[in-house]
Write a protein that binds this ligand. Sequence first.
Ligand code: 5GP
Ligand code: MN
Ligand code: MN
Length: 309
Amino acid sequence: MLLLTHVRPDGDAIGSLLAMGRGLSKMGKKVWLCNEGPIPAIFRFLPGIEEIVSEPGDLSRYDTVVTLDCSDLSRLGGVAEKVGRVPTLINIDHHITNTGFGSHQLVDSSASSTGEILYRLFGDLGIEIDEPMAYAIYTAIFTDTGSFLFQNTNPESYYICGRMVEKGVDAYNVAQNLFATYSLGRLKLLNMVLETIQISRNGKLSVMYLTQDMLRETDTLVDDINGLVNYAKHIEDVQVAVLIQESRRMPGVNHGTHFHVSLRSNGPVDVGNIALAYGGGGHPGAAAFTARSGLAEIKQEVFRISESL
Ligand code: 5GP
Ligand code: MN
Ligand code: MN
């Protein structure tokens, strides 16, 4: 079986991949864990992280593919066009914008995270959650709920994380690894990005941007910067926060410069719907899309969103 998750993996993607991999191994399944990567350094503390490979090899080797935390097939990256040939494609996810792809679906948009769905699945299948799986599930829930700060946090999120702590997770250590350890470069990058903040005329939308030059100058990787967009969300009166990130050119892939546009909502606005209109997707509170025009045009387009707020 081949287990896949989305490009630019977050804690739910990585945690779900590791938990599912170990759970299926316990059932006697032979599994390969794959993500195009790079895997953000903050996840290196997770047990089993070294088992994730960046290349799935020949897909005819697999009878089953499981996708985790992917709302549509394109989220898989380059492997997306090949998975159609594998007989069984199981889609496990919690995005409300999930397209329902695959031969089997386990999609629940009321779950805080894919990790939460897996916890229930392991219970149904009678798979005992051991300490490495507990770290993976805890990380999935802890990151996708923004350490229990986001609106998707539900009683199950607290309950499951409590159980995971009982199984051996050192919650303080996880929090230190994920949210409290920064290199000096990361703080300098934060400083640069904060300098770019602009607010729409009606005060309801904030925009920041991050360029490849900023990453070079601070010797940081974009994959290691999580939660940056939230700074723009904390400004009073702002309902929608936007971070426009210039994406890295992949060696050997000629797709030109493009931008990843992250959207965060601070209340009633459904940014998942906005992202969907631009060909992306996500959740009501957190969503994103890819834009291929220049930075100035994208900023102009984003400010247009503020007119309807
Ligand atoms: P982020 O802004 O952190 O990259 O993404 C926010 C949310 O939107 C995440 O739940 C993520 O899974 C989803 N998302 C990010 N990029 C894309 C994209 O290109 N397409 C779709 N459909 N969803 C995305
Ligand atoms: Mn994710
Ligand atoms: Mn998720």
